[in-house]
Design a protein around this ligand. Structure first.
Ligand code: ATP
Length: 300
């Protein structure tokens, strides 16, 4: 069952909504950060994540007891390394990320960051250690500067600009009518999926957490944006423990380890080369994707 600590219970209505969408989750984290008195139960230890080692130790999970979602999942991401997760839609990939963020607790098994069981440390401290680049970055109805800057409370405009430059989104912002003061969101300037994802990358750069979760967009970006985001991601994940939830296998070719999920289980694991040599599910998916890419290229 879901273990919700007291302050989160007080925010129960937000919390329940938050579990279902990354953006709502992000909004909740912001809320928690703004109200540190209720966010951090004094009795709970804070996570001290400095190296950023992530361990899933025989984790079982379901949303609904009749449908298991994760079955006996174990893996380790050594500090600074990248693990990519691939598999069919519904195989449980995003659920791994939700558990790592402690939006849910495992039904059985443990998740550890630098040896600390997430069940024993305050949720706020877990989220402080993790940067998230969600697949659909919905922005706050506020200025673009605010949207980047909330990655780190109290940062200066110069910090925001530096992060935007690193995420290759500064030139775009500079061309907008009121630059960093431009309103975005529902009533403001509309940005493309790729641009929003770059803003999320800028946020993560500013936050500079030891651990990063990148949830790749399912909807295809144009190939230029995709290439640029891939490069920015590679830079951001350098020396940072990274979990990539991938929909395109090309995104995880360079990962130290790739996990192939099927029906909530890890069915294969290894580097891209090792998995191709195995000639199993990954190799089949890889061939399929290559053929689809070729057909796509011919149709263009
Ligand atoms: P995709 O590639 O489509 O994003 P995924 O591999 O990330 O899929 P998950 O989002 O982890 O899959 O979902 C795993 C299973 O859990 C699916 O069967 C899904 O329907 C179910 N599920 C996901 N979120 C919830 C929820 N909030 N409540 C109930 N069931 C859920």
């Amino acid at each position: 069952a879901l273990q919700v600590c007291l302050p989160l219970n007080a925010l129960g209505f937000v919390y329940r909504e938050a579990r279902d969408a990354w953006v709502n989750a992000e909004r909740l984290f912001q809320l928690l950060r703004e109200k540190p008195d209720i966010a951090e139960p004094p009795s709970m230890r804070r996570l001290q994540a400095d190296k950023g080692e992530v361990v899933f130790d025989r984790v079982w999970f379901h949303y609904d007891p009749t449908r298991p979602v994760l079955c006996d999942v174990s893996f380790r991401i050594p500090p600074g390394k990248t693990v990519g997760v691939v598999g069919r839609s519904g195989s449980g990939k995003s659920t791994l990320a939700r558990l790592l963020l402690r939006l849910y607790d495992p039904v059985q098994g443990r998740i550890l960051i630098d040896g600390d069981d997430l069940g024993e440390v305050s949720p706020g401290s877990v989220r402080e250690a993790i940067g998230v680049v969600p697949q659909d970055t919905a922005l706050f109805n506020d200025t673009i500067g605010y949207n980047i800057g909330y990655g780190r409370i109290g940062c200066s405009r110069a910090d925001v600009v530096a992060a935007a430059q690193a995420a290759h989104v500064h030139d775009l912002i500079d061309s907008l009518p009121a630059k960093y003061e431009t309103e975005v969101g529902e009533r403001g300037v509309k940005l493309s999926g790729g641009e929003k994802q770059r803003i999320a990358i800028a946020r993560a750069i500013l936050k500079s957490p030891p651990i990063l979760i990148f949830d790749e967009a399912t909807s295809a970006l144009d190939s230029d944006s995709e290439h640029a985001i891939q490069q920015e991601l590679e830079r951001l994940s350098l020396n940072r423990t990274t979990l990539i939830i991938a929909h395109r296998l090309s995104t995880v070719v360079g990962a130290h380890t790739i996990l192939v999920m099927d029906k909530g289980r890890i069915v294969e694991r290894g580097s891209h080369r090792e998995l191709l040599a195995r000639n199993g599910m990954y190799a089949r998916l890889w061939l399929l994707q290559q053929r689809m890419d070729e057909t796509g290229a011919m149709q263009q």
